[in-house]
Write a protein that binds this ligand. Structure first.
Ligand SMILES: C[S@@+](CC[C@H](N)C(=O)[O-])C[C@H]1O[C@@H](n2cnc3c(N)ncnc32)[C@H](O)[C@@H]1O
Length: 315
């Protein structure tokens, strides 16, 4: 399998560069390296003293990052999920503050397009969906064992699927006939159980998203990654986060709002504004890709970019 045939177009690239606006000697953490589209553009802004720490939980993304590091000594690489971000940054012994963090959430095009990764109902392949080996089980393992109640809860909560229970029952019935081990079979079973097909939307869209989020603990990862990103950012450093669906964006939005407000108890006391424990200042509101970008890259259509700046510690 030649994996390099799969490419990824970086989303909202100009907006990210403008948001992070790195100085030539800045140290930037790209926590979602993917195929390095944003990373390469950021490196082009950095001078010889600049550094880019590339993190990803996906071994194929890490292989691409290592290839870039072989060509460019300013690049450091770490294979880890967001939940380990603080430990990984400490282990790098950077000896300098981090001035910018980028989190371009979700899956990359190579993950979606390579049938062997098992993410897509559009290409038949093994039902895997793990972004990295840190995920505890494959989608096939989970589908084989999950109870109807568990599947219903995941499809409802993470996929916002109206017919969650009906689909869960359809899966439970189908797996007694033969194990569901491919994306194609799961897509068929879900489609057959789904009573209300929508125009321009595959009936398995929500269920596939829900399973992916569940297998990779993506929402929990985003929450812990955001907290760690703020911990490692230097005062004045910028955090830029691109999310691709409403559940993810809600977490980002609330996190930035809470970090800007500070501790609710301290806020209610007569303490100066800089002593409320607020750690971030939001920069602008949410931003969406331009119509021209969505035209050129339909996968950008659901992107939302949010940006914040790390405040100095109160003395
Ligand atoms: C949308 S892609 C990033 C694309 C990248 N900005 C580019 O221009 O090529 C998201 C990447 O983040 C990684 N990722 C998603 N969740 C992660 C997590 N919790 N921890 C580490 N990496 C994660 C995925 O493996 C994927 O490679």
């Amino acid at each position: 399998m030649i994996r390099d045939v799969y490419t990824h177009q970086p989303v909202m690239l100009e907006e990210v560069l403008e948001a992070l606006d790195p100085a030539p000697d800045a140290c930037i953490l790209d926590a979602t390296f993917g195929r390095g589209g944003h990373a390469r553009a950021l490196l082009a802004r950095l001078g010889p003293e600049g550094r880019l720490l590339a993190l990803d939980r996906d071994p194929e993304a890490i292989a691409a990052a290592r290839a870039l590091a072989d060509e460019d000594a300013r690049v450091l690489v770490a294979e880890a999920p967001f939940a380990e971000l603080a430990r990984v940054v400490a282990a790098q012994d950077l000896q300098r503050p981090i001035n910018g963090v980028l989190m371009d959430l979700g899956v990359s095009s190579p993950q979606l397009d390579d049938p062997a990764r098992g993410f897509s109902f559009q290409h038949d392949g093994p039902l895997d969906m793990r972004m990295g080996e840190d995920a505890r089980q494959t989608a096939a393992d989970w589908i084989a064992r999950a109870s109807v109640d568990d599947m219903t809860r995941v499809f409802q909560k993470l996929g916002e699927e109206r017919y969650a229970r009906r689909i869960a029952r359809g899966i439970a019935a189908a797996r007694t006939e033969a194990p569901i081990t491919t994306t194609g079979r799961l897509a068929e079973v879900v489609s057959a159980a789904h009573p209300a097909w929508e125009r321009d939307k595959h009936p398995a869209t929500r269920v596939f998203l829900a399973i992916r989020l569940h297998i990779n603990s993506e929402l929990e990862q985003v929450a812990s990654g955001l907290a760690a990103a703020v911990d490692v950012l230097a005062p004045g450093g910028r955090l830029a986060v691109i999310s691709f669906h409403s559940l993810e964006d809600r977490i980002v939005k609330r996190f930035l709002r809470d970090e800007e407000r500070g501790d609710p108890v301290l806020r209610s006391l007569p303490v100066p504004g800089d002593r409320t424990g607020a750690r971030l200042r939001r920069i602008g509101g949410s931003r969406r890709p331009s119509a021209a970008e969505v035209n050129a890259n339909p996968r950008a259509r659901s992107a939302t970019l949010r940006v914040a700046e790390r405040l100095p510690e109160a003395a």
